[in-house]
Write a protein that binds this ligand. Structure first.
Ligand SMILES: N[C@@H](CCC(=O)N[C@@H](CS)C(=O)NCC(=O)O)C(=O)O
Length: 234
């Protein structure tokens, strides 16, 4: 059985990508969640993650024989090799190349949006979002880039998702962005906003969100806008 090693569902955007993909496609796996505990000098997360991958980061996909693949994009490719018919990428060669371009663009880009609006599923950071939009021009630039990336695909497909009706790795890669857009109340064009809603409606995303909301951890390193779970964002 495949094992997907992930971190806190509330915070770990990179973990969310392969988890959503595998869950949405119905691929068999069990999850192992390493809780972020960076504040501890004897951090179990750091020790376990370093044992699994030289990057000491998650997600990591571990196969039955112990073979490990790290990095969310490499995991998507490994899943495509292991389950070529599952729909990790579209069947059509051009659509497949386009889906890979979209996922890779997410993987290597949108640094400002990610830096300013870290994923924090169990919060309403819409006040923070409004403030950031007023003070950080780079946030608006990243949002316009997202619209430019998504809109042609959504128009060409005529479906709710980037490659049509079926969720593929490109959609899974944008699922954490949908969390940021909704939690920080970030404005998007109508087609882009509809796509975010379609991502939020995926059963796998809804399950991830429920499980994120049930977590009780507060990880200060991932909380630039609060100093406790109970506190209103700064
Ligand atoms: N490019 C990597 C990023 C992985 C990553 O940064 N993971 C975070 C969790 S969301 C992590 O393990 N952080 C631990 C650390 O920074 O020590 C991927 O796509 O998987």
């Amino acid at each position: 059985m495949l094992e997907l090693v992930i971190a806190n569902k509330n915070y770990s955007s990179w973990s969310m990508r392969p988890w959503v993909l595998m869950t949405e496609l119905g691929l068999p796996f069990k999850e192992r969640l390493l809780r972020f505990d960076f504040h501890r000098p004897d951090s179990r997360f750091a020790a376990e993650a370093a044992r699994l991958s030289p990057t000491a980061r998650v997600p990591v996909l571990v196969e039955a024989d112990g073979f490990a693949t790290w990095d969310s994009l490499a995991i998507a490719e490994r899943l495509h090799e292991l389950f070529p018919e599952a729909g990790v990428w579209p069947q059509d060669a051009h659509r497949r190349a386009r889906a890979r371009s979209l996922a890779a663009t997410m993987h290597s880009g949108f640094g400002e949006l990610r830096r300013l609006c870290p994923m924090n599923i169990d919060t309403d950071h819409s006040d923070v979002g409004q403030r950031l939009l007023a003070t950080e021009a780079s946030l608006g630039t990243d949002l316009r880039r997202l619209e430019a990336l998504w809109e042609p695909e959504l128009a060409a497909q005529g479906g709710a998702l980037l490659m049509g009706a079926r969720c593929c790795a490109a959609d899974a890669f944008f699922a954490p962005l949908a969390m940021r857009v909704t939690r920080y109340g970030l404005p998007l064009s109508p087609p882009a906003a509809a796509y975010v809603q379609a991502l939020c409606a995926l059963p796998s995303v809804q399950r991830w969100v429920r499980e994120a909301e049930a977590e009780q951890d507060f990880v200060p390193e991932d909380e630039p806008y609060r100093s406790s779970r109970a506190e209103t964002p700064r």
